[in-house]
Structure formats: C-alpha cells, structure tokens
Design a protein. Structure first.
Length: 225
C-alpha cells in the first residue's frame, strides 16, 4: 500500500491560456507539471547551472553581458546567473502567471528570493516565441529551458521555436557573437544540424550525466559577428 510520501501533494493547480499547470510536492521535492507533462523538479539543478555557465564561457569574456533566460521553471538558472557578478542584466521571460506567482510569494520563493531582489533581474510575463520575434539584437546570451528539449515540447505552440524560422528569431534577438544555449533531456543530432543550417557557428553539445538513462544535454550555437 503506498504511503503518504509516495503520493504527490498538489499545492496549486491553474488553468491558463496555454493549458493546465500544476505545482506539487513529492517528499522533499517540488515539481512543475504542464498539461500532464513532467517539466522539472528541485532535485538537482546541475543541468540548469551548466546551461548558464556554458553560455557565459562561449561569450569569451564579453563584459557585463545581458542574459535572456527563456522559462523561469523552478528558478535554478536564474539563481545561478544572479549569483555570478559577471552577468550584467538578467531578463527572464515566463509565460505562465502561476509560475511567477510561485516564485514571488509561493513555495518556490526560497529558491529565487535573492535573485528576484537583485537589481539586475527583470521578469517579463510573455510568450518567448513572440518576444524573440519582436526583439532585435538586444541580448548577449539566450538560454532556453522552456521544454524537455527540441524533440519534446510542452505545447505545440513551442514547436516552431526550434525550426529554422524560430531559430532565426532567436538569432535576431542576439547581438553579433551572441550565444544560444538550449537545454534538452536527451541529445538531438538533428537539432545540431538545424542550428548549423540556421546560420549559427561553433555549434556543439555538452552532456550532463544523470543517475539513470541518457544524459541531459546543452546545445550551443553562436550568432556570426
């Protein structure tokens, strides 16, 4: 018979413009579920930290770069970026009002409180696809963590982000020499090819070992100067 520890406790459930989002507690972990699809939890954060660090490293010492993080999630990427004084402005685009609430005054505030107080941090409630298509040459780095990867999106609306047209939008949002870093729950050789075809340079993939199964990865590409 399952114990209470085995059964996740739903802390909040919201129906938004993109479907249902749920925050639940499972033992000591907080988990975000979108439209029945597990997105992330508070168990580790190595992948999210590598996402941010790999983007900064690829900028080759550019001073005070402006970072755009696509997706607030459980806050690992934002917290890690804000802990590094080398970053200049840090903008986070999150389309789910509920996720922003959970960080501002909910159960996830413990992970992101200091980062949200940082003067460099700005949270934008917006759809990332729309944002990058309306922005030109604003950011030095764009870190995407809004899906489980290019081949496993949370909603059909996000599919176009990883297409040649979507990546062209990402490139327009980057300054020349800017870096695109994309988190994925599994390697995607096809996406590497798509990055090259979209005009990105220095395309590579970094792996993050996990306890079981295939490694998480970060796909990287640089907008030409």
């Amino acid at each position: 018979m399952p114990t209470s520890y085995d059964i996740p406790e739903v802390l909040d459930r919201r129906e938004g413009p993109y479907g249902e989002v749920v925050l639940r507690r499972h033992g000591n972990l907080l988990q975000i579920i979108a439209n029945g699809c597990f997105l992330m939890d508070t168990s580790d954060g190595r992948s999210e930290r590598l996402l941010v660090d790999a983007a900064l490293e690829a900028l080759d010492g550019r001073p005070r770069p402006h970072l755009l993080i696509g997706g607030l999630g459980v806050g690992f990427s934002l917290a890690h970026a804000a802990a590094n004084p080398r970053w200049g402005r840090i903008t986070v685009v999150e389309r789910e009002h509920a996720v922003i609430d959970w960080h501002r005054d909910g159960p996830l505030a413990e992970l992101s409180r200091e980062a949200l107080r940082d003067a460099r941090t700005q949270i934008l409630e917006a759809d990332l696809v729309s944002h990058v298509n309306e922005t030109y040459a604003t950011y030095d780095a764009l870190c995407l963590d809004i899906d489980n990867g290019p081949d496993w999106t949370v909603s059909e609306d996000n599919d176009g982000l990883y297409s040649p047209a979507g990546l062209a939008g990402c490139a327009r949002a980057l300054k020349p020499g800017g870096v695109l870093a994309v988190w994925s729950a599994q390697p995607s050789p096809t996406f590497e090819e798509t990055l090259w075809n979209a005009g990105f340079q220095r395309v590579r993939t970094e792996e993050i070992p996990v306890a079981r199964g295939v490694p998480d990865v970060v796909h990287l590409g640089v907008r030409p100067e």
